[in-house]
Design a protein around this ligand. Structure first.
Ligand code: MG
Length: 159
């Protein structure tokens, strides 16, 4: 069995009055992500980790942000398509770990909802998906609430 790892990073700008989607869950927030899609920075980072582990380019290659087909798209669909791409190439996912960096709101009450949502799409156990959140102690663009970032790693294997 060949085991492979991947890393994914995504950043979006935050603006007042936009919805904030993270891990497929709508988070109550004054600000949301400016994006071509729904701006789910966590799902985008996870997609890139999965594609990277498979050695298959990146999310922008598969779902271009200048394509009308993906305007306002629910990122859960992008994650499902990414999983389909991996499985059609003989890959299965072992686990995903991730971190979201933002100053506010606090995400602790939504972490389990995100893990359950991601696990359902990816057909994995909730224990196979870790989602963590941290502030950046008011430092940098996340700390100034100008933007949000997410980091993910994935372990996949080919039987
Ligand atoms: Mg993105």
């Amino acid at each position: 069995m060949k085991i492979r790892t991947g890393i994914g990073i995504d950043v979006h700008r935050l603006e007042t009055g936009l919805p904030l989607w993270l891990g497929g869950v709508k988070i109550p927030s004054d600000k949301g992500c400016v994006a071509h899609s729904d701006g789910d920075v966590l799902i985008h980072a996870i997609c890139d980790a999965l594609l990277g582990a498979a050695g298959m380019r990146d999310i922008g290659y598969f779902f271009p942000d200048n394509s009308p087909a993906y305007k306002g798209i629910d990122s859960k669909i992008l994650l499902k398509k990414t999983m389909d791409t991996l499985s059609s190439n003989g890959f299965a996912v072992s686990n995903v770990d991730s971190v979201i960096c933002l100053q506010q709101p606090k995400l602790k009450d939504y972490i389990i909802d995100m893990r359950e949502c991601l696990a359902e799409i990816m057909e994995l156990g909730v224990d196979d998906i870790a989602v963590k959140a941290t502030t950046t102690e008011q430092l940098g663009f996340e700390g100034r609430e100008e933007g949000i970032s997410a980091y993910a790693t994935a372990l996949i294997y080919k039987l």
